[in-house]
Design a protein around this ligand. Structure first.
Ligand code: UD1
Ligand code: CA
Length: 494
């Protein structure tokens, strides 16, 4: 076996993408977890290239920033003016004079391309020792794309752009996907010979094929089995169509892997998400970023998870979570909002209209209703009463609240941080807890109730309330032995 060829990847991403009508360069538009460029780079990943170069131009700074994030080893090559795809590849290769072997060129706007397809293209190219191999596809509508023009024997003759094509060539439905493998040495030789003698006055990379054929060099066509992989994206309508196709592909993959998607058409799973077998995803659900859903967990309906980990057997209903950890068997929602570093241990519960941020909720602990938990640590098996607020912010700094294990805090409490409630402690409903409550103590922090008897009769005479009160007083006095004036109102029921 001969030594494997050195490989260079060149991604073309200098264009503006005018029809996107966006301040974001086209290749940076997001599509289910990656930018268009991110998808293309990831399709090229299995090639294990020695060198990855990205030709940048429009929005170069933004594209460089994206590269630093997703492909820090990639080298950006600046193309100040977009003089054509051939020009773009030429300047990329001029920036890597030492490179030899195979160069794989990919348009930056072909996000549905599968890694297997790129690998197969390169294997075919290297196996045949071709000078150049183009990825082609048979498409229902070739409008706007370069056509694969073959000779009578069926051999590739040239690639012709739509705007330069004859009527006979326009009828061809076999198109150039904009993905190629080249022998680097032979490509360098012909890149210098590209003319700008075409409708756009650009150096076309596609003209390399005609030049190589004329020089008697072997060129090849590799046909993609699934033409949707080669679809580019020119405007936001096409982007939305690509998003639906990718959704269907991703969803089919998860269903085949043992995940139940109850309504795949309204389930949007980023390519970066992972799900375990027997996870169930109900309708109108988005799973984004680095989210992970464990085995047997039920997520949805109406859930958005961003970078959130859901443990096995947990339930998340009609909720929004960002950067949260939901432990095994835990229960979230309906209508909960989990913010970054909300961490629920095993079997913890965060219920309805509850917001949690940067807090640990211990195993089996419950925050069932209408509560804000910010910057808190709650131990195990504790219960937080409804409508409580962890008052974490003094206007300048954030402070922590610590609640122990097996604590029972009353409804409508304010925990004014920093403050601590010990293990097994209780707090009374309606308390504003500003001092620590020791373990096992009952913290009461509220004014004692005072009733002003007869207030409504005196201050709101003639109102429906006064009449209702009057009837209640008379009803009570006809049922029980008459009492003295002062005792009559609250005498019964004590
Ligand atoms: C190109 C092909 C066409 C093919 C189609 C597939 C050429 C001449 N034509 O056409 O045969 O069917 O792709 O989608 O190559 N770019 C640069 N610098 C430039 C010009 C373009 O980086 O100077 C980048 C663009 O940002 C884009 C890619 O190259 O990512 C393709 O350029 P584009 O102008 O979209 O080429 P098409 O006309 O689509
Ligand atoms: Ca294009």
């Amino acid at each position: 076996m001969s030594e494997p060829l050195s490989r260079t990847v060149v991604v073309l991403a200098a264009g503006e993408g005018k029809r996107m009508k966006s301040s974001l360069p086209k290749v940076l538009h997001p599509l289910l977890g990656r930018t268009l460029l991110g998808h293309v780079l990831s399709a090229a990943e299995p090639l294990a290239a020695q060198r990855t170069m990205v030709v940048v131009g429009h929005g170069a700074d933004q594209v460089r920033a994206q590269l630093a994030e997703v492909a820090p080893e990639a080298v950006a090559v600046h193309q100040a003016e977009q003089l054509g795809t051939g020009h773009a590849v030429r300047i990329a290769l001029e920036a890597a004079p030492e490179a030899t072997g195979t160069v794989v060129v990919l348009n930056g706007d072909v996000p549905l391309l599968r890694p297997e397809t790129v690998t197969a293209l390169v294997a075919a190219h290297e196996g045949e020792r071709a000078a150049a191999t183009v990825l082609a596809a048979e498409v229902p509508d070739p409008t706007g794309l370069g056509r694969i023009v073959r000779d009578a024997a069926g051999r590739l003759e040239q690639i012709v752009e739509q705007r330069d094509a004859t009527p006979a060539q326009l009828a061809v439905r076999e198109i150039n996907a904009g993905i190629y493998a080249f022998d680097l040495g032979r490509l360098r030789d012909v890149l210098g010979k590209l003319s700008t003698d075409n409708d756009q006055g650009e150096e076309y990379l596609t003209d390399v094929f005609g030049l190589l054929v004329s020089a008697g060099e072997p060129v090849a066509v590799h046909l993609a089995a699934d033409h949707t992989e080669t679809l580019g994206c020119n405007d936001r309508v096409e982007l939305a169509a690509l998003r639906r196709m990718l959704r269907d592909r991703v969803n089919a993959g998860w269903m085949r892997a043992g995940v139940s998607l109850l309504d795949p058409e309204t389930t949007w799973i980023d390519v970066t998400v992972a799900l375990d077998r027997d996870a169930v995803v109900d309708q109108n659900t988005q799973l984004c970023g680095g989210s992970v859903v464990g085995s047997g967990a039920l997520v949805g309906p109406d859930v958005t998870l961003v970078d959130t980990v859901v443990g096995a057997g947990a339930t998340v209903l009609r909720s929004h979570a960002v950067g949260a950890e939901i432990g095994p068997g835990a229960s979230v929602g309906p209508y909960a909002y989990l913010r970054p570093a909300a961490r629920l241990a095993e079997k913890a519960k965060v219920g309805t209209f509850v917001e949690v941020k940067n807090s640990e909720i211990g195993a089996g602990s419950k925050v069932p209703h209408l509560t804000y938990v910010g910057d808190a640590t709650i131990g195990e098996q504790s219960n937080i009463g409804a409508a409580s607020v962890f008052v974490n912010y003094d206007g300048v700094k954030k402070h922590r609240t610590v609640i122990g294990s097996h604590a029972r805090t009353g409804a409508d409490n304010m925990f004014v941080a920093p403050v601590e409630v010990g293990d097994g402690a209780y707090t009374a409903a309606g308390s504003v807890i500003i001092e620590d409550v020791p373990a096992g103590a009952m913290g009461v922090a509220r004014a004692r109730q005072r009733n002003i008897e007869g207030w409504v009769r005196k201050r709101r005479p003639g109102t429906a309330a006064a009449e209702a009160a009057e009837r209640a007083v008379q009803g009570a006095s006809s049922q029980v032995p008459p009492a003295s004036e002062g005792e009559a109102i609250h005498g019964a029921g004590e």
